[in-house]
Design a protein around this ligand. Sequence first.
Ligand code: PMP
Length: 459
Amino acid sequence: MTLSNSTAEIRRLDAAHHLHPFTNTRELNARGARVITQSSGVYLQDSEGNRILDGMSGLWCVNAGHGRRDIIDAVSRQLEELTFYNTFFNTTHPSVAELSGLLSEVTPPQFNYFHYTGSGSESNDTIFRLVRYYWELEGKPEKSIFISRRGGYHGSTVAAASLGGFGSMHKQGGLPIAGIYHAPSPDWWSYGGDMSSDEFGLHVAHQTLSLIDAIGSDRIGAMIGEPIMGAGGVIVPPKTYWPALSAGLKERDILLISDEVICGFGRTGEWFGCELMGTEPDFLTMAKGITSGYIPLGAVGVSDRVAKVLLEKGGEFAHGHTYSGHPAACAAAIATLKILREEKLVDRVRTDIGPYLKQKWKTLADHPIVGEAVIEGLIGAFQFTKDKSSRKGFDEDARIGMIAREHSFKNGLVMRAVGDRMVIAPPFTLTHEEADELVSIAQKVIELTYADAKSNGLI
Ligand code: PMP
């Protein structure tokens, strides 16, 4: 069946049978979904022929750009050679072994063992079990509590959603599960008050360590955090935050899980966000950019400290997924890592396109309705505000972010709205001209949103 010629028919079937993720499907059905049909480089095309700059790399994942022949060919070759075999019953296959070797080269030096899943959520649920198993093997089963953060995002399976700090998710399905405490967010814009960014970073690190001490560090197994919070609105923490916090965790013998699902594989201009923040985690959560989004794959990096205990004291780890190390996904990951290395795309993010986009992106904050414009590598955001000096927000009902998101799509750019923050994470192959286009559409979106806010009496 080919539906490619009929937008109306696609919308009809979709509305009748598709329950969308993170969507009010009733509202969507009344409107009709936007139908995306093609992609190439940094551009998408919809079913009506509109070209849209993919400022979000799909969903923070298509880092090497859309339609790369080398990744597509690698996947197709793999499917012909070995379509599928599992990695459970004393078996392996060449691609999963090769990928594991490559990951040990590109991840920080303490990571030499990797476990595979199908997504970032499954990776975090896996780590949840691994942390507790590790402490059981170490004779400290009481170290079973996790610290995470309000505003952090770690996925939507049961443990991952519980670790996340989104009240809207916790409300559905009786979450969070027991044994998780949420520490404050290092979001200076929202909560920094009169403190400087550096003061606020130290303040939140100390608040977190005080929470840990109140619970008792002998009961806490691990803390999880994204180096830069992504889905929470691209919250780049003050530079004092991670060094103070990670030193405090080390002193208290609490493991650190760096959730690199967005920051990993070059997004921040370093291979992993923990390297930018100067932390030395015990676990890495990986997904998305590992395959540049071509095929689903998640992975867990296990540090030497943890792996040694699992291998020497543990037996069978009773955990795994049918698609742990799916050959086609591993082939996509190998091809992606080759591209990142051969085209020096991580360096390009750090020294070329990142800084180029940054100097333009920062100018968005010159507008009276934009409070701050932040960007690190190729992950950025700007914040709408009613009043810059007091950092006052709009009423939630005004849905300023949603208004801006619609303007953005209509004008040919995908930006994501998180409350009143507009977020970008474009592919690493973005050219200077494409960066110019991105910023000029963002400027137009700001003007249009400003005009709407004025005519609706919001400012
Ligand atoms: N961790 C982080 C930091 C993420 O951003 C996401 C997804 N946006 C996840 C975990 C969950 O990954 P997935 O959607 O692949 O389950």
